[in-house]
Write a protein that binds this ligand. Structure first.
Ligand code: AMP
Length: 134
């Protein structure tokens, strides 16, 4: 099991943003911006998004699109940017990052913004609340 499978199963804590039977979304623990979210398939552990079967691939992007709408509604931003890297964690995931400028999608950003656990929990709750309205 990958660390992200354990997060989706609730075995490792995360700041949940949205979930469905097959997919899970949670805040990135080292965010580029407030509301930076990771979207994952629960049960697929391939680490390369373009290796997913068609159904999982299409479902993941559809779910990510809904989550992006919830992020846009909850977090003041111009757009929600998308990135797929997978250089660190070997479990397919999509980054959704609220953007004010294109620099907000720079993974080499230093220093990165830091948030208290209370701020992270409040951000996740705000996005989840918008997701549940969709
Ligand atoms: P990458 O695999 O290059 O897309 O990077 C993995 C991302 O996962 C990084 O942005 C990390 O901050 C994030 N990450 C790693 N472990 C956790 C975790 N336990 N909870 C939330 N985010 C994580």
């Amino acid at each position: 099991m990958t660390i992200f499978s354990k997060i989706a199963a609730g075995e490792i804590p995360s700041y949940k943003v949205a979930e469905s039977e097959d997919f899970y979304a949670f805040l990135d623990i080292n965010p580029l911006a407030a509301g930076h979210t990771l979207v994952i398939p629960r049960h697929v552990e391939d680490d390369y998004i373009f290796n997913l079967d068609h159904e999982t691939y299409a479902g993941l992007w559809e779910f990510a699109g809904k989550v992006a709408k919830a992020i846009k509604a909850a977090i003041p931003c111009k757009r929600v940017g998308v990135a797929v890297l997978g250089m660190e964690v070997p479990h397919t995931h999509i980054h959704l990052v609220p953007l004010q400028t294109e620099g907000d999608l720079d993974f080499r950003k230093s220093p990165k913004p830091s948030f208290t656990p209370e701020q992270m929990a409040a951000t996740a709750a705000a996005i989840l609340s918008e997701y549940e309205k969709l």
